[in-house]
Design a protein around this ligand. Sequence first.
Ligand SMILES: NC(=O)c1ccc[n+]([C@@H]2O[C@H](COP(=O)([O-])OP(=O)(O)OC[C@H]3O[C@@H](n4cnc5c(N)ncnc54)[C@H](OP(=O)(O)O)[C@@H]3O)[C@@H](O)[C@H]2O)c1
Length: 320
Amino acid sequence: MMSGGAEYVELGWTGEKVSRVGLGIWQFSESWGVTEYDLAKSIIESALDAGINFIDTAMVYGFGLSEEFLGRAIKDLGVRDQVFIATKIPGEFLSRDDVFKAVNNSLKRLQVDAIDLMQVHWPPCWHNIPTCEYMKALEQLVNMGLVRYIGLSDFPVELVESARECLSTTDIVSLQIRYNLVERDAEKELIPYALSNDLAVIPWSPLAKGALTGKYTPDNLPEFKDVRSREPLFTKENMAQIYRVVEVLQDLSGKYGKTPAQLALRWLIDAYPNIIPIPGAKNPGQAVDNAGAMGWKLSYDDWLRLDQVSRSVRISRVTY
Ligand SMILES: NC(=O)c1ccc[n+]([C@@H]2O[C@H](COP(=O)([O-])OP(=O)(O)OC[C@H]3O[C@@H](n4cnc5c(N)ncnc54)[C@H](OP(=O)(O)O)[C@@H]3O)[C@@H](O)[C@H]2O)c1
């Protein structure tokens, strides 16, 4: 069994070496509450020190604040060559003109010459932009050297296939998806598709927005003041189901000397070769804790125990 230390994996077909656990920085926004630059910088610094090199942001996180903090911290810490920057363009900004304008703004906020991975955050659903319009615009940015790779986020397989057919000089490299121990729908189509097409899988909310960390119990739920105030995962009914998984994580915690968060992340990365969860962190300690999911393995029996208990979880998103 490996013990401790960072692990790296190739991002899809690219040959780029990225850490098996990344850092999500939606937290740098009013939605989650990290709005002080010094705190954001210390989270990034701790994550890098712990071996993380893959950082996921988006234009919409804090309406540019998250990208701005990342760019500033990379500059202040002098670490551009140590960070693989993944950002996202929202589904609202996908006309050809808006793709160019938005990417230009993003480059300025990030203070870089090129964005490593530009992901389409979600498909356009209100503005009737044809799939090939934005995919070809992104391909042009790759050819111009302003974007290095393209990824898709929250796309169903049918639309992933249509999007790939629009490209002629490059291909997408990754699918970002909602995926964690208690939300496993991506296993039905998206993960098998990614595996058979050599695409990286980037699970978001890999800790089920904190529900898997053991801090929250069905009978003692705080009144969340952040994005979780309307999150269906935290209804009493759903938390009662999730807590059956948390109890197993807590039981295994002593055996492995790992936190429930580390075990929940390890369960994800043990199962697939090309998967890079991006847990969000609100302080440096959480970033370091999450990096500690690297460098060891669950036994097959324990992996299966988590698999089985989580298979019986049924989350309902119908809250009214
Ligand atoms: N593509 C998309 O549509 C999409 C959607 C959502 C998120 N994302 C990306 O995915 C990233 C992660 O998702 P997420 O932020 O929704 O959920 P998450 O990573 O599942 O949960 C993050 C939250 O869990 C708690 N936490 C994190 N590490 C912990 C640890 N080691 N111990 C105890 N508590 C810990 C923190 O909140 P508390 O301490 O307050 O509990 C933190 O804010 C985001 O930052 C973003 O980059 C993408």
